[in-house]
Design a protein around this ligand. Structure first.
Ligand SMILES: NC(=O)c1ccc[n+]([C@@H]2O[C@H](COP(=O)([O-])OP(=O)(O)OC[C@H]3O[C@@H](n4cnc5c(N)ncnc54)[C@H](OP(=O)(O)O)[C@@H]3O)[C@@H](O)[C@H]2O)c1
Length: 257
């Protein structure tokens, strides 16, 4: 009985940025639980290689797409539509960072971060609505999971203006989508991770280690099973009534500030 409550087997998912870091952890968690999982990133070769590796545990397909362009989300939705008529789970995870100081930040860097972190999730939802609606039922709503950041919930000790603003806006967008899409039986949540090992965050660096030790009550960075557990929960029947939330996944960091 408990197993079916948390089961996601037989569903179909798209994880943007599923070739690396947090997205790869989420994708692996889905694949090994019987979810047909599409992963997308800019680099076609890396997509193929990551999909082949994940396919050792189930079914994973790589789709190349650049989500920083205005056309990228529509192009990715069109690619997915060639393979699928329904989509149960969309994870908007692909992200970009910029740590420019206030004196040196440029409009180009600002736009790039907003385009990948905020514009792409919105327009991917817009273009994937037909597939999400086709999968959604009252008993089993479709799910959208936006990967935000604790950087969108507090002001860090370093400068990250474009990044923090994009993630705060993504959390806000999550609530706006929740309000609109409930009628379509689509559940929308965001996860706000603290530090997890990835290309964006080198958790082995002395600076990150020191900050983890100082600020995170559990004294460790996030691990694959932490993000895997929360995304599987949100995608399963067990998480079906959690809607419109931004859930910090940070070992207690925000609570202890
Ligand atoms: N790691 C952390 O500590 C942490 C903390 C809080 C929030 N997050 C969030 O978690 C998400 C994943 O980040 P990560 O840390 O796992 O970083 P990562 O290891 O750099 O992974 C980013 C992924 O996104 C893809 N990507 C980047 N730009 C893209 C674009 N324009 N179009 C399509 N795909 C793109 C990358 O593939 P390509 O480069 O091949 O395109 C890669 O697969 C981000 O939204 C990030 O803000 C991470």
């Amino acid at each position: 009985m408990g197993d079916s409550l948390f089961s996601i087997a037989g569903k179909t998912a798209l994880v943007t940025g599923g070739t690396s870091g947090v997205g790869a952890m989420i994708a692996r968690g889905f694949v090994r639980r019987g979810v047909k999982t599409y992963i997308a990133s800019r680099d076609a070769k890396r997509c193929r290689a990551a999909a082949a590796e994940l396919s050792q545990e189930g079914t994973c397909i790589g789709l190349a797409a650049d989500l920083s362009s205005a056309e990228g989300p529509q192009a990715l939705a069109a690619l997915l539509s060639q393979h699928e008529e329904r989509l149960d789970i969309l994870v908007n995870n692909a992200g970009a960072n910029d740590r420019s100081a206030i004196e040196t930040a440029t409009p180009e860097d600002w736009d790039f971060v907003q385009d990948v972190n905020l514009r792409a999730p919105f327009f991917l939802v817009q273009h994937l609505l037909p597939l999400l609606r086709a999968a959604a039922t009252a008993e089993s709503p479709a799910r959208i999971i936006n990967i935000g950041s604790i950087g969108g919930l507090h002001i860090p000790n370093w400068e990250a203006y474009a990044y923090g603003a994009s993630k705060a806006a993504l959390h806000h967008l999550t609530r706006a989508l929740t309000k609109r899409l409930g009628a379509d039986r689509i559940v929308v949540n965001a996860i706000a991770p603290g530090p997890f090992p990835s290309r964006l965050t080198d958790t082995a660096s002395e600076a990150v280690k020191k900050s983890v030790e100082t600020y995170i009550p559990l004294k460790r960075p996030g691990e694959a099973e932490d993000i895997e557990g929360l995304t599987v929960f949100l995608a399963s029947r067990a998480g079906g009534y959690v809607n419109g939330c931004t859930i910090p996944l940070d070992g207690g960091y925000l609570a202890a500030l």
